[in-house]
Design a protein around this ligand. Structure first.
Ligand SMILES: [Zn+2]
Length: 395
């Protein structure tokens, strides 16, 4: 018998009732859903039991205590056996498992305040803006891995990856969609069929989904198969689908100064002072050197079958910066733009795809409005977007 089982006398994992006396905090849902660990089931509670044994081995301490945190979705995860769900519910009722609507902030709080390592495979990209210490961290995170036999569990220290900015944007979008019920963690992810729609609220003069607002709607809420108005808690009716869109950011000297969206089938001109009235004029934001270098109509951006295409229409050319190398576009040259690539109109002025795939107005800010060139605000056509809006209770 293995002396270092990490289990209590009842054979169950030593889940601590008190975070203060625990040695490790475990991201329980992440571990239980680590497919490939022990077996290929999409969720398996034995991974947690085996993990506590592995932590006893790792800490060389058979009395190791782990503090488990999970979000409520794990207790209702239909991929677990009924007996596994019953056990989780009992642990939650006994206070041996802390269940939160969202687990990540609590896990990080325990790491920060108690200096307790966390066991998780999550990269916490969406939390990095609030907790910059996570990126590149080498001493606060462990992850479970298959042991040499492939049927057991070991733990290894982690080097936390440093994300690119678009990866943070995408993770934040997932968090926002999750909070609205618009993201299915167990299924295909974002509920695309609901997110690409225009909605109408039956309540009179609803400011969010009333007749006065058919574009730039905020994110509706999804609960138990119904799409609801967040203000009135009544079911919304669909008025049809919105065309696919892509959002681009404009960076000047590294800072995002404006953003714009392009709809499927449309083409937008971007430059110093474009001739088309719906073009994106960058003159108000750029420095003297860029103003001299950049053409009035420098590039066009089109969305064609879901692919964003950049076409150079400038005198001095455009550079696409991607991992490792630069691609130079001459007049008429086209480029299929991917996330993470920069389109340089001048060495100080770059366009890039937003990591977000869905664009909603912030209900607290009202409908989007075009800005005048003198307005130093960050947007021309759409809401500021990825500022840490709507993340109440945090900085
Ligand atoms: Zn309403």
């Amino acid at each position: 018998m293995d002396m270092r089982s990490g289990r209590g006398p009842d054979g169950e994992p030593r889940l601590s009732l008190d975070a203060m006396t625990a040695d490790f905090v475990v991201d329980v849902a992440n571990v239980v859903r680590e497919r490939g660990l022990v077996n290929d089931r999409p969720a398996d509670l034995s991974r947690l039991t085996l993990l506590t044994g592995a932590l006893a081995e790792f800490a060389r301490d058979d009395s190791v205590r782990v503090y488990g945190v999970c979000d409520g979705s794990l207790l209702g995860d239909g991929r677990l056996y009924p007996a596994e769900r019953t056990l989780l519910a009992r642990w939650a009722a006994e206070g041996r498992l802390e269940v939160r609507p969202v687990a990540d902030p609590r896990i990080l709080e325990l790491v920060e305040t108690l200096d307790m390592p966390a066991v998780t495979g999550d990269n916490f990209f969406d939390e990095i803006p609030d907790h910059p210490w996570i990126a590149g961290n080498t001493d606060s995170f462990l992850r479970p891995v298959p042991d040499a036999s492939g049927r057991g569990v070991s733990v290894v220290p982690r080097v936390m990856p440093v994300p690119q900015e678009w990866q943070i944007s995408r993770k934040r979008e997932e968090s926002d969609l999750l909070a609205s019920g618009m993201y299915d963690r167990r299924g295909a992810g974002a509920r695309r069929e609901l997110l690409d729609r225009i909605w109408r609220c039956p309540a009179a003069a609803c400011p969010l989904f009333g007749p006065g607002r058919t574009t730039g709607q905020p994110l509706p809420r999804h609960r138990r198969g119904r799409v609801l108005c967040p203000t009135h808690e009544v079911q919304l009716t669909s008025l049809g689908t919105v065309p696919a869109r892509a959002q681009l950011k404009v960076r000047v000297d590294g800072a995002v100064r404006t953003r714009f969206t392009v709809a499927e089938g449309a083409e937008i001109t971007v430059g110093r002072a474009p001739a088309p009235s719906d073009g994106i004029a960058l003159a108000p934001w750029i420095g003297e050197a860029a103003r001299i270098w950049m053409s009035r109509n420098h590039v066009t951006i089109a969305l064609d079958g879901g692919q964003v295409r950049v076409r150079d229409t400038s005198a001095n050319g455009t550079v696409v910066r991607r991992a490792g190398d630069d691609v130079r576009l001459r007049r008429g040259g086209e480029w299929p733009l991917r996330t993470g690539q920069l389109v340089l109109l001048h060495e100080t002025v770059a366009l890039e795809l937003s990591g977000r795939r869905y664009f909603f107005e912030d209900p607290e800010q009202g409908p989007a409005r075009p800005l005048s060139p003198s307005d130093s605000g960050p947007t021309l056509l759409h809401r500021p977007g990825e500022a840490p809006r709507g993340r109440r209770g945090r900085r």
